[in-house]
Write a protein that binds this ligand. Structure first.
Ligand code: NDP
Ligand SMILES: CC(C)CCC[C@@H](C)[C@H]1CC[C@H]2C3=C(CC[C@]12C)[C@@]1(C)CCC(=O)[C@@H](C)[C@@H]1CC3
Length: 342
């Protein structure tokens, strides 16, 4: 039976590199579904994958992970197309309006935190306006997607995996249970990645019995559209000129994976693992040694079970409120449409 793999944010960067790596290892036994918000970019990614793997099964799915209606419609479509889902890679993500703190960067260069700064971006990045047009954090819509796909993910007698692309930039201090949407802070990226770490731990508590396992990874520092958006005025050739400097930094921190292929290492590694053997409280890091060798390393996350459970409960509450509102909206729409309409 072919394994069904759905990857969000699959049209570029780490998501696309993962798809390429999955197909390189097994072209015939996979049904790959690229879930993207922009169908033109998705089509280009599909063509690129098929040019190197002409016999592969690569489908496209339109989904904007920042919109409730788009997520619900896409989930419906997945349920119509497939009767199982073996891997759900939750990879789509952006850094909303990043601000690079030049002063903080130079201060960090001459401090004892230099390695941490390069490994996590701590102290040199802030962001603005993180909520989606629906007024929610993206992790909420992602949770909704998982809930909608539950019937395909939870099956007696077989396991399935949720794999989140998180970050070492995820920080407990950036996340407040009282301000889940991070309306009052300047670290929405860090906060939302920490929220996905919390949710992953809670999902393991609630779903492992039903055969569903969740893991988080950090791809390391990778040169992608997300990275380029941090310094928009920095021309592409300067990034290329900086590559020797980055290779040099890699001698001191193996988190400088730099290429999407290397960054996808942990995502690919998890694909090959038995989910029961994984540590639910570990983050799996893609790492690249000074000599350019890739490997995956688990590191314990700074998470307590009470907070992860409390967050899970709050998301459940929010979900039932949102579903109630959607039902009311549907009722109003159908009453406006007149009798006979459903
Ligand atoms: N690059 C890095 O150093 C690091 C990246 N990460 C994480 O890796 C993941 C992948 O990012 P990366 O490959 O670097 O960057 P890219 O910008 O190359 O890829 C991000 C992907 O997510 C998609 N996406 C963004 N928002 C949405 C949305 N609302 N709905 C659907 N798709 C969406 C993008 O689509 P589109 O092309 O339409 O914009 C794109 O395909 C992200 O979650 C990021 O936070 C984590 C740590 C480090
Ligand atoms: C222009 C200068 C000479 C070099 C500037 C380098 C910085 C822009 C990078 C150094 C470490 C990088 C980094 C990230 C972004 C770009 C840097 C700050 C991330 C924050 C990207 C998103 C993540 O999730 C983190 C894991 C990355 C950590 C390192």
């Amino acid at each position: 039976m072919n394994k069904v793999v759905l990857v969000t944010g699959a049209n570029s960067g780490i998501g696309l590199a993962l798809c390429e790596r999955l197909l390189s290892q097994d072209t015939e036994g996979l049904q790959l579904c690229l879930a993207c918000r922009n169908m033109q970019r998705a089509q280009a990614a599909r063509c690129a994958l098929l040019s190197s793997h002409p016999t592969a099964q690569v489908a496209l799915l339109q989904m904007d992970t920042s919109s409730i209606s788009s997520v619900l419609a896409a989930a419906q479509e997945v349920k119509l197309r497939y009767n199982r889902l073996d891997y759900l890679y939750l990879n789509a993500g952006i850094m909303p309006n990043p601000q690079f703190d030049v002063k903080g960067f130079f201060k960090g260069l001459f401090s004892s935190h230099i390695i941490t700064m390069f490994a996590t971006g701590e102290g040199i990045l802030t962001q603005k306006d993180c909520v989606t047009p629906d007024g929610l954090q993206q992790v909420f819509e992602t949770n909704l997607l998982i809930r909608e796909l539950e019937p395909l993910l939870c099956h007696a007698g077989r396991t399935s995996q949720l794999i989140w692309t998180s970050s070492s930039n995820a920080h407990r201090s950036a996340f407040k249970l009282e301000d889940m949407q991070h309306q009052r802070g300047t670290q929405p990226y860090s906060s939302s990645k920490y929220a996905s770490d919390l949710l992953s731990v809670a999902l393991n508590t609630h779903y492992n019995k039903q055969g569903l396992y969740s893991s988080v990874i950090c791809p390391g520092f990778v040169m992608t559209n997300l990275t380029y958006s941090i310094l928009p005025s920095f021309p592409a050739f300067l990034w290329t000129l900086l590559m020797p400097v980055f290779w040099l930094i890699r001698m001191f921190t193996n988190t400088f994976t730099l290429t999407p292929y290397n960054g996808a290492e942990a995502l690919f590694w998890l694909f090959k693992q038995k989910p029961e053997s994984l540590d639910p409280q570990a983050k799996y890091h893609s790492l690249t040694s000074g000599l350019g060798n890739n490997y995956t390393q688990p590191r314990k996350m700074d998470i307590d079970l009470e907070t992860s459970d409390a967050f899970y409960e709050k998301l459940r509450q929010l979900e039932s409120e949102v579903r109630k509102k959607l039902k009311e909206k549907q009722k109003v729409c159908s009453s406006l449409a007149g009798p006979g309409s459903s």
